[in-house]
Design a protein around this ligand. Structure first.
Ligand code: C2E
Ligand code: CA
Ligand code: CA
Length: 601
């Protein structure tokens, strides 16, 4: 018990040797029988003995004590009554306590039933035989009331603890998969009786592995507890949650696997009501967790399956929610998806998009738009190249819709090569016209993991003749954090080519400030989610201020992304930000439209 871990089993709270472990874990008492609520069955051929023990127990506060004085019926009574503990007399005519014990232990569902054997015999052989058959404890006859109460209490405490371990997750105190399926089964029966809909949400944390890898399991566990708490909060707040059961005992939240949680929404009038609740959960999750001084962001993908429409059985419903989760994940991070009756249709749509994407390069359907970056004097100081797919039937497909797909099916490398080449060629064109405008290119994490990236960049610079200092590569935090050591090496190689490196979407990932110092960075781009609510939102203001001071401390430049209003700009200028990008200045536009912007014909 010396290793301090976050697991309550080994929690140092127990180091005092306290035998009542139950009180330290708040949720246990909710789920397991309070000791005095326990159901005790006593089997003894002497009715008087049963009466005496019953009196002792009732005196001690046990409300449910059942007696059976017919040993031949003992086993069927046990099976029917399902007691929490059995007091079993050893010497009985006909069927002995040994026989009963043997049969109990041989029965799957009774294997762990606590059995306290009552015996007048004090010889070692009898005791050994009883223990060998799996008795939990002994009690000598004549029964001493204090001893009875204590032995029973301890036995029940261990049973409660065993039940807890079998049914609860030790990290979050939420029901585990086992208990969840039982609760689900009851809930579905109730819904059937009342003719109501239920929605089962299957939630998976995006990138949880990255958190665990970078911060270690202790902080990972703390994040899981934080997630559990937010889910419980969401569920408790009834408004917007479409009449959820406010009864905490049947907590509709469970942790069913590593970073997978479930939430059951009951008593829905229509299944679409689940969408609002789901969005609300996602909103709650996207606020950062503050853990030991780290600001950690967690997004959740959620799959939703409906009772009775999608499935009527617990396992099946869970399975469908899982399938919906895969759908949600395929759509990107932080998404949710209903188990789709039109799943087939969507799968087909995706398949056809995939097929079209495979031919898009050859058919020359991609194009680049460029969005200007400005400094505080409103001078253009750079251009970000953003890819567009001009689909013959669907029209302009935005990158969010096809870049993840391209990454998944292995097309991102050729597409990325195309983008780099075109962007560099465009920058060379401007350069030759007397406008040395640095061009920024987004590099996907998949490209970034390719060891040939630096070589490719070098080859393209050479082929196009672009001076390296006019190229900026924008990398996202996720890509860098996946393998921190490798990231440092690859960035050094890129940096050696003379190009600029920018950290994109800053603030949405998990970079620790200490880590950023080790990267060969030139620029941070603060994600537009922090700009959006400026200057009124207090926490956005605080984040912007601290990032600006970080950037200054590290002598980096900072780009504020997604600047849409004069107020946002004014605030950022006042705080000392030196570079801006956003619709307030210009949307991304084709290269031709730049001629007017920078004054070339
Ligand atoms: P990003 O790198 O964060 O690019 C900025 C996105 O924000 C662009 O969306 C841009 O149109 C949008 N944006 C700029 N200013 C504003 C504003 O004021 N308000 C709002 N609401 N949005 C603004 P876009 O072009 O749809 O690109 C989305 C994402 O797709 C990009 O996010 C980037 O991650 C990815 N992407 C785009 N082009 C490429 C590419 O060539 N390669 C790779 N790997 N990813 C790309
Ligand atoms: Ca970018
Ligand atoms: Ca960005």
């Amino acid at each position: 018990m010396s290793s301090p871990t976050t697991d309550p089993i080994h929690d140092d709270r127990y180091e005092d040797g306290s035998s009542v472990m139950l009180t330290s874990s708040p949720d246990i008492s909710v789920s397991t029988h309070h000791l005095s609520n326990a159901r005790i069955l006593m089997i003894d051929d002497e009715p008087l003995m049963i009466e005496v023990v019953k009196a002792f127990l009732e005196e001690a506060g046990y409300g449910e004590v059942i007696g059976c004085d017919d040993p031949s019926k003992a086993f069927s009574v046990i099976a029917a009554e399902r007691p929490d503990a059995l007091l079993l007399d050893l010497m009985m005519p006909g069927v002995s306590g040994f026989d009963v014990l043997e049969k109990v232990r041989a029965t799957e569902s009774l294997r762990y039933l606590p059995v306290i054997v009552l015996t007048a015999a004090s010889d070692a052989a009898t005791k050994l035989r009883v223990l060998g058959l799996g008795a939990t404890d002994f009690l000598s006859k004549p029964v001493d009331s204090s001893e009875l109460i204590l032995r029973l209490r301890n036995t029940l405490a261990f049973k409660a603890y065993g039940d807890y371990l079998a049914n609860y997750d030790g990290v979050t105190n939420l029901p585990n998969r086992n208990l969840f399926l039982k609760q689900l089964s009851l809930a579905l029966r109730e819904s059937q009786r009342e003719n109501k809909h239920c929605a089962l949400l299957h939630l998976n944390l995006d990138r949880f592995k990255v958190i665990n890898d970078n911060y270690g399991n202790r902080i990972g566990d703390a994040v899981l507890r934080g997630v559990a708490e937010r889910l419980r909060d969401c569920v408790r707040a009834r408004d917007g949650m479409a009449n959820m059961s406010a009864n905490n005992e049947d907590s509709p939240v469970a942790r069913i696997n590593g970073d997978e949680f479930t939430v059951l929404l009951q008593e829905l009038n229509q299944i679409d009501d689940a969408a609002g609740a789901t969005r609300r959960i996602q909103r709650h999750m996207s606020r950062p967790f503050m853990i030991e001084g780290h600001q950690i962001y967690v997004d959740a993908s959620i799959g939703i399956a409906a009772y009775p429409d999608d499935a009527r059985e617990p396992e099946d419903l869970l399975h469908k929610a899982q399938a919906a989760l895969s759908q949600a994940k395929a759509a990107g991070k932080n998404q949710f998806s209903f188990y789709a009756k039109d799943l087939h249709q969507r799968t087909q749509r995706r398949a056809s998009l995939e097929q079209d994407l495979r031919g898009a390069l050859e058919r020359n359907e991609f194009m680049l738009h460029f969005q200007p970056k400005f400094d505080a004097s409103l001078k253009i100081v750079g251009a970000e190249a953003l890819i567009r797919w001009n689909h013959p039937q669907r029209g302009l497909v935005p990158p969010d819709k096809f870049i993840p797909l391209a990454e998944e099916i292995g097309l991102i490398n050729p597409i990325g090569r195309w983008v780099l080449t075109r962007a560099c060629a465009q920058a060379v064109h401007w350069f030759k016209k007397g406008h040395p405008i640095p061009v920024a290119v987004n590099v996907s994490s998949v490209q970034y993991e390719d060891p040939g990236l630096a070589q490719l960049v070098q080859a393209i610079l050479k082929a196009t003749g672009l001076p390296p200092n006019l190229l900026t590569l924008e990398l996202t935090e996720g890509a860098l954090m996946r393998d921190a050591q490798k990231a440092i090496e690859i960035m050094a190689m890129l940096k050696a080519l003379g190009v600029n490196l920018s950290l994109d979407d800053f603030g949405t990932g998990y970079s620790s400030l200490a880590y950023i110092q080790h990267l060969s960075l030139d620029e941070l781009k603060l994600d537009r989610s922090f700009i959006k609510n400026l200057p009124d939102d207090y926490s956005s203001v605080a984040i912007v201020r601290s990032v600006i001071s970080l950037v200054k401390g590290l002598s980096l430049s900072m780009v504020a992304e997604g600047v849409e209003t004069q107020q946002q700009l004014d605030f950022l200028v006042q705080e000392g930000c030196d570079c801006f990008q956003g619709f307030f200045f210009s949307k991304p536009v084709p290269a031709e439209a730049w001629n007017g912007l920078i004054g070339i014909s």
